[in-house]
Design a protein around this ligand. Structure first.
Ligand code: UTP
Length: 289
């Protein structure tokens, strides 16, 4: 299953990040010095995807504005000889082709994905949740794409989570068929610990066939009155083989304050220009607390 397009869903209310997300979409909040969505677009581009559809709330275009050209700013940087930043700003505007589709109301992740139906058409595609940032040698999406292509089947990203975290996720059941790879037989959205079929959670990267649109379009609202992607995946797994892949790397959930903080530290420590000072600073505050 080969893909050339990705859907980034960014039309949720982001209530866990309020009040930061009240006036601006959480995807535009910076991790170190880049808006979160830039990491996701860079991951897609590194995996070979250059056509991206962003699902946004009506009129909330800030996440896309970031990828527009900025002639005034470029002139300013050019005049002051800030060539490195000029290159960075130009690169952002040319790294991918982004278009927006609106989700009139936040009726759930499945409903958000469904809004990209016309833009995607009849080809397999990726879904990327911009709350989930990955730090890995090979881009997480690239790992998933390699598996989907080899298996010629849909693949979702899996993460082993602590028991206490299980009720926050869609948890899968399945059979391990190779290192990191599972043939999925079912999944439960946000189960209690005693009802969870495993400790493997679905996280925000999916390679899906266009068939999922038809399934989501027929789907009735589930938990919380939302159209859940998990319900669509359960139906999909009943129709054709569906796989889960335990990606290599670290994932940060920047959709809540704790994950947001850990992402700042994790990505901050990876930055060659900041790491030494930042590490020394962290050591000082830890030893004095
Ligand atoms: P989340 O449930 O994590 O995000 O959805 P949320 O609803 O924005 O956040 P909270 O729970 O209120 O804090 C995962 C992803 O799906 C998108 C969100 O923007 C997020 O990137 N989403 C969710 C939509 O685009 N539309 C929806 O109706 C729901």
């Amino acid at each position: 299953m080969k893909i050339s397009r990705a859907v980034i869903v960014a039309a949720g209310l982001g209530t866990r990040m309020l009040p930061a997300s009240k006036a601006i979409p959480k995807e535009i909040l910076p991790v170190v010095d880049r808006p979160a969505i830039q990491y996701v677009v860079e991951e897609a581009v590194a995996a070979g995807v250059s056509e991206i559809i962003v699902v946004i709330s009506p009129g909330r275009t800030t996440a896309l504005d970031h990828f527009e050209t900025a002639p005034e700013l470029e002139r300013h940087l050019e005049m002051r000889g800030k060539d490195e930043m000029l290159d960075t700003i130009r690169r952002i505007a040319t790294m991918a082709h982004l278009t927006a589709v609106e989700q009139a109301e936040p009726l759930g992740l499945g409903h958000a994905v469904l809004q990209a139906r016309d833009a995607i058409g009849g080809e397999p595609f990726a879904v990327m949740l911009p709350d989930d940032l990955f730090d890995s040698k090979r881009p997480c999406l690239g790992q998933m794409m390699a598996e989907a292509e080899r298996l010629d089947a849909p693949v979702v990203a899996l993460l082993r989570v602590a028991k206490s975290e299980v009720p926050k996720y869609g948890i899968v059941s399945g059979r391990k068929i190779a290192e990191r790879l599972y043939r999925l037989t079912g999944m439960v959205e946000k189960p209690t610990v005693d009802k969870a079929p495993s400790d493997l959670a679905i996280v925000g990267r999916y390679i899906l066939p266009p068939e999922i649109f038809e399934i989501l379009a027929q789907g009735r609202p589930g938990a919380g009155g939302e159209i859940q992607l998990t319900d669509g995946l359960i139906e999909l797994a009943g129709r054709r083989p569906l796989y889960g892949y335990e990606f290599e790397g670290t994932r940060y959930d920047i959709g809540d304050p704790f994950g947001f903080l850990t992402a700042q530290v994790g990505f901050g420590l990876k930055r060659a220009d900041l790491a030494d000072n930042f590490r020394a600073y962290l050591r000082t505050i830890i030893s004095s607390s």
